[in-house]
Design a protein around this ligand. Structure first.
Ligand SMILES: Nc1nc2c(ncn2[C@@H]2O[C@H](COP(=O)(O)OP(=O)(O)OP(=O)(O)O)[C@@H](O)[C@H]2O)c(=O)[nH]1
Ligand SMILES: [Mg+2]
Ligand SMILES: [Zn+2]
Length: 379
């Protein structure tokens, strides 16, 4: 934080809170996951309905250069504050690991909450923050640094940031139960491209199938230049290769519930003891074993984020006209289409369609593209 960038900035604050804090805490205890999202959306509606965006205040800080976060980065007194990293967010509390290795349970400073129009996602897993310790184990988050490397999705018409400040995403899919959905893998790939994350694909549960039947899939993604790792958390197959790719990097594990994200992390670092689904529960649908995204520092010099499986992975803020930009293998052909702004769906002289015909672009990928243009959810 350099002093010369600091200045007084006039900002709009959210006005009064719509319900007393205590009452809301209680509500939160009873709600989890999607239900809480709905409740948050309802509370949000109430705030908007009252048209309460009128209070203003002057804050000393910097104007962030990146968009998406809060409108100001408040200056913090570094003689009282510590830099750290958000390990997980649970309700009103975030667990922060400070750079000197201590863990604090933190609330978010009121100013930050007031600056945020949407109260969710002021702080997300992976955020770099400054905290002010109150006791040896508790404190408050005073400032959130601008984010890079995001895994996001759309949820109920809003952006949901799953993890911030990561370099890469391991897209985990299962070759057995739950059934493999290549379109879902493609959707995660688009999201990776959008969040500027390097993608890695891990096909787990290889112990349950004959890999020969999946060579086409492994080959297809490998040809796109994506590292593809067939693996088994159960037998340890592929785990060393995966571990190698995680070294000295920050990686988020993503994929449907039950594909084995937590199991893979447990195999990568024995003793980690992340909760995994009991075998007897394996057939129960819709159960999430991991419930919050959690940042973990592994022994061999890697940071990973274990995430809960997502039922509906919607893309966020991608306009149809720009969708082709998120399919890297389309790029050389897009420029050759006859019509400017070609949608590659029905046009004459479309070089993308021709490339699909000549098998220079895999049919599977083109079908995903068409589906996403039509707004499919692939559920
Ligand atoms: N046979 C076999 N089973 C596996 C493998 N990996 C995971 N499983 C099983 O699959 C089930 C789900 O594994 P989890 O690690 O809990 O899956 P997850 O992706 O973390 O699921 P959520 O936390 O709900 O998102 C468990 O019963 C695991 O034992 C594997 O490689 N082979
Ligand atoms: Mg899990
Ligand atoms: Zn075209």
């Amino acid at each position: 934080m350099s002093a010369d960038k600091k200045r007084k900035i006039r900002v709009e604050l959210r006005k009064n809170r719509e319900k007393p804090a205590r009452e809301r805490d209680l509500t939160r205890q009873y709600l989890a996951g999607e239900e809480e999202e709905t409740a948050a959306a309802i509370r949000q509606e109430r705030v908007r309905a009252k048209g309460e965006l009128s209070r203003r205040r002057t804050v000393v800080g910097e104007q962030p250069t990146a968009t998406g976060g809060l409108p100001v980065l408040p200056a913090v007194d570094i003689s009282h504050c510590l830099p750290g990293r958000v390990l997980r967010v649970q309700g009103l509390y975030s667990t922060v690991l400070t750079d000197d290795g201590r863990t604090f349970r933190c609330v978010v400073r009121k100013l930050l909450r007031d600056l945020s129009i949407d109260e969710r996602h002021i702080v997300v897993t992976g955020d770099r923050v400054w905290i002010r310790p109150a006791t040896a184990q508790e404190g408050s988050i005073e400032r959130v640094e601008p984010r890079h490397g995001l895994l996001t999705r759309g949820a109920k018409g809003k952006e949901h940031i799953i993890a911030a400040n990561v370099d890469q995403v391991v897209i985990v899919a299962s070759l057995a139960e739950p059934i493999l959905k290549p379109h879902l893998v493609d959707r995660y790939l688009v999201s990776a491209e959008k969040g500027q994350l390097r993608p890695i694909i891990c096909f787990n549960k290889a112990d349950l199938v004959d890999l020969v039947n999946y060579q086409w899939l492994i080959g297809m993604y490998s040809q796109l230049g994506i590292p593809v790792i067939p693996a088994s958390a159960r037998t340890g197959f592929g785990i060393d290769r995966l571990k190698e790719l995680l070294k000295n990097r920050q990686t988020v594990f993503a994929g449907q519930s039950g594909v084995g994200k937590s199991s893979l992390l447990n195999a990568i670092q024995p003793g980690l003891q992340l909760k995994v689904r009991e075998v007897s529960e394996a057939t129960q649908k819709g159960r999430h074993t991991t419930t919050t995204a959690e940042l973990i520092r592994l022994d061999f010099g890697a940071w990973v984020v274990d995430t809960p499986g997502i039922r509906q992975f919607m893309l966020w803020e991608i306009v149809p006209e720009e969708l082709d930009g998120y399919f890297p293998e389309f790029r050389p052909f897009v420029a050759l289409c006859q019509l400017p702004g070609c949608s590659h769906t029905h046009e004459q002289g479309c070089a993308v369609k021709e490339a699909v015909r000549l098998r220079q672009i895999p049919m599977q990928r083109y079908e995903t593209y068409l589906g996403l243009r039509q707004g499919d959810t692939f559920e």
